[in-house]
Design a protein around this ligand. Structure first.
Ligand SMILES: [Zn+2]
Length: 242
């Protein structure tokens, strides 16, 4: 599943179409395609894993889910979900959930929950964590209302960075540690973005898919943790269970 930073990369790649009118819209997405024609793409925004194509009075929300992909100025052998042709090229989207959001996009999103957004509010995230003391931190980090944009890779790397066991209950984690987790959720996301752009993301993984803890020289555990049952990679020697 693409995580927040990958959606920012998509946004950057599609930026060349901002200011251009849609000449043709196609695909099997259940939206009013003719409505898009002759409309100017005004902006592209992201909220966590959502890519937002903004037009006058409405926005197309693209959620890439597990297997969503896109191509720019080329196509792939798959059913087209949404294809937008502009005078300077085309965007083709596959296997994603596409929806139209009416009206002002700011009324649909709480930007401060997005770990990569300039309005990211770390304090609000910590408050949401303390409101759910029984939740495991591995589940909490994947909650898009708390840490929008964080996916499973970021979760594993953040918990390793801050020495916290994924099955720790948020209510048992000291507040200072919660602050570190929230802080690293943002920092790691920007590292992810930089490394992904360089093509070196996997090389920088310290926990995700790793067999050994480089700090302890001991085997890492791989378990499907929390109610979300997502893969966690962790070291029981240096990651504390709160
Ligand atoms: Zn370790």
């Amino acid at each position: 599943m693409p995580e927040g930073p990958s959606i920012i990369i998509a946004k950057e790649k599609m930026a060349e179409f901002i200011g251009y009118k849609v000449i043709a819209a196609a695909g099997n997405a259940k939206i009013d395609m003719p409505r898009l024609e002759d409309k100017k793409l005004l902006d592209i925004k992201t909220w966590g894993k959502h890519l937002l194509l903004c037009f006058e009075g409405f926005t197309i929300r693209v959620h890439f889910l597990l297997f969503g992909t896109y191509r720019i100025n080329e196509t792939k052998e798959a059913l087209l979900r949404l294809g937008l042709t502009f005078s300077n090229g085309e965007i083709n989207i596959y296997t994603a959930a596409v929806k139209v959001l009416e009206g002002d996009i700011n009324s649909h999103y709480n930007w401060s929950a997005d770990v990569m957004h300039p309005q990211w509010n770390e304090k609000a995230a910590i408050e949401k964590l303390t409101d759910k003391p029984d939740m495991m931190i591995c589940d909490a980090l994947l909650e898009q209302d708390i840490f929008s944009g964080v996916g499973n890779i970021i979760k594993n790397e953040v918990l390793y960075r801050v020495y916290v066991h994924p099955e720790s209950r948020t209510g048992n984690i000291p507040e200072k540690k919660l602050k570190e987790i929230a802080d690293q959720a943002r920092k790691y996301s920007f590292d992810f973005l930089k490394w992904k752009n360089e093509g070196t993301l996997k090389k920088h993984w310290l926990a995700h898919t790793k067999k050994n803890c480089s700090r302890c020289d001991l085997p890492m555990y791989k378990e499907y943790t929390g109610t979300k049952k997502r893969r966690s990679f962790f070291c029981t020697n240096c990651q504390e269970l709160y």
